[in-house]
Design a protein around this ligand. Structure first.
Ligand code: GP9
Ligand code: MN
Length: 410
């Protein structure tokens, strides 16, 4: 009902982080290419396995990009679809089930819709069956004008493995589709090859598997390496197509690839025991913003703002010069001088620049020690409030009733 919405709006207003003046609009009018990196966790970045680099292209690319190394996935059982929900709406997914299935007919104010209102053509690109995760229905709700699913790609036995079309041909064919899109466009692309159980053809294995007793973990490194190669070729092809300079390229890991069932082997790889605290750290996923002519000009850098997928919507919109002060969103522009270093995972764990809450304990991040719970209490309350408000919006379909009370003159 309406009274809930007033409380929620007041909370969101009070937590609004105004854009960074230097960066607001720096990518105005450019195409927006957002790539969801399947099962890609941050621990593979700038790392090696058997002495071989796992992500050689991304390691180079992040030096010419804003790279956030304290960035977390916030997904639940809806996995990839939950990450898409977070990115589009800056709301949390649900704590059980997949909101893409359960609340596909709600009213949303998505990134796609907002960009469309600002003159963008909006498209989802994913070489899988369109109904997977109910995307065909949900993408319409989210305001995508076009969904390039498996039927838009030429998929053969030769260019497929595991779950379907391999990432290299997916990106190749996607550039050809992009050439025919009205501009500016927003294209949200989902990779697929680095998906459990991480199967590759021998000829696509560019590094050796890891050598633990856990074959899933062993293979993971090779599919991450393959995905890295696919992104490298994609960027090259964007340049050849003349699309690169007029675009902003954003990448994020959708969720973990290595679950808690594989802690033994992961501990062996990392050379330490996977405690709850280390496991929380393993929920970091890469977040990369590449702005040709800006960040590849010696202005890229590693940013240690604490953030999560919920922050992607306002961060991108502000770079494009699109205002968000009237929006109901729980994320913050990570470039904002006012943003709070605080990220909540879907299960209530949270991370700040000083503290972390996991397994019912408060940790001091500097030392990794358990400290008195009272240090975490205020943040715990805030975390639960945000999850609760976000849930209320979804369960009550509250955005139906929303008209902002923020004045245009503010
Ligand atoms: C399938 C892809 C993978 O289309 O999004 O889904 P996931 O299992 O990672 O949620
Ligand atoms: Mn996924």
């Amino acid at each position: 009902d309406g009274s809930n919405l007033i409380d929620i709006e007041n909370y969101v207003r009070a937590n609004y982080a105004k854009p960074n003046e230097k960066l607001f609009g720096i990518a105005k009018g450019r195409n927006v290419i957002v790539i969801s990196l399947e099962s890609t966790q941050s621990f593979v970045i700038n790392s090696k396995v058997n002495g071989q680099v796992i992500t050689p292209f991304l390691n180079e690319f992040i030096q010419d990009s804003y790279y956030f190394d304290q960035f977390y996935h916030q997904t639940g059982q809806g996995k990839t679809s939950d990450s898409e929900f977070l990115v589009e709406n800056s709301l949390f997914p649900l704590n059980r089930g997949a909101v893409f299935f359960t609340h596909a007919s709600n009213e949303y104010n998505s990134l796609a819709e907002k960009l469309n209102q600002n003159g963008y053509f909006t498209a989802g690109m994913h070489a899988n069956n369109k109904s997977f995760w109910n995307r065909d229905i949900m993408y319409k709700s989210l305001g995508y004008q076009r969904f390039y699913s498996s039927t838009s790609y030429s998929i053969t036995d030769e260019n497929s493995v595991g779950w379907g079309m391999k990432d290299i041909p997916f990106f190749e064919q996607s550039v050809d589709l992009m050439k025919n899109m009205p501009t500016p466009f927003y294209a949200k692309m989902l990779t697929l090859t680095n998906h459990h159980p991480f199967i590759l053809n021998e000829s696509d294995k560019l590094i050796n598997e890891y050598t633990s007793s856990d074959k899933t973990v062993n293979r993971y490194f090779t599919t991450v390496r393959y995905q890295d190669e696919a992104i490298k070729k994609f960027i090259e092809k964007l340049k050849v197509a003349g699309l690169y300079d007029h675009s902003i390229i954003v990448m994020y890991g959708d969720h973990y690839g290595i679950s808690e069932n594989h802690h033994h082997s992961m501990g062996e790889y990392l050379g330490k025991e996977i405690t709850p605290y280390v496991n929380l750290d393993l929920q970091r996923v890469p977040f990369i913003i590449h702005i040709p002519g800006v960040t590849d000009n010696g202005r890229g850098k590693v940013l240690s703002e604490v953030g999560g997928q919920i922050d992607i919507r306002p961060t991108i919109l502000h770079l494009l010069g699109v205002d968000t002060k009237k929006d109901i969103q729980f994320g913050k522009d990570l470039f904002s001088p006012d943003h709070l270093n605080f990220t909540v995972l879907r299960d209530g764990q949270f991370i700040t620049d000083k503290y972390a809450w996991t397994a019912n304990n408060c940790y001091l991040r500097d030392t990794g020690e358990v400290i008195d719970k009272s240090f975490c209490r205020d943040f715990q309350e805030k975390a639960n409030m945000e999850l609760d408000y976000s849930d209320k919006i979804i369960y009550g379909d509250l955005l139906r009733f929303y008209t902002s009370t923020v004045s245009d003159n503010l």
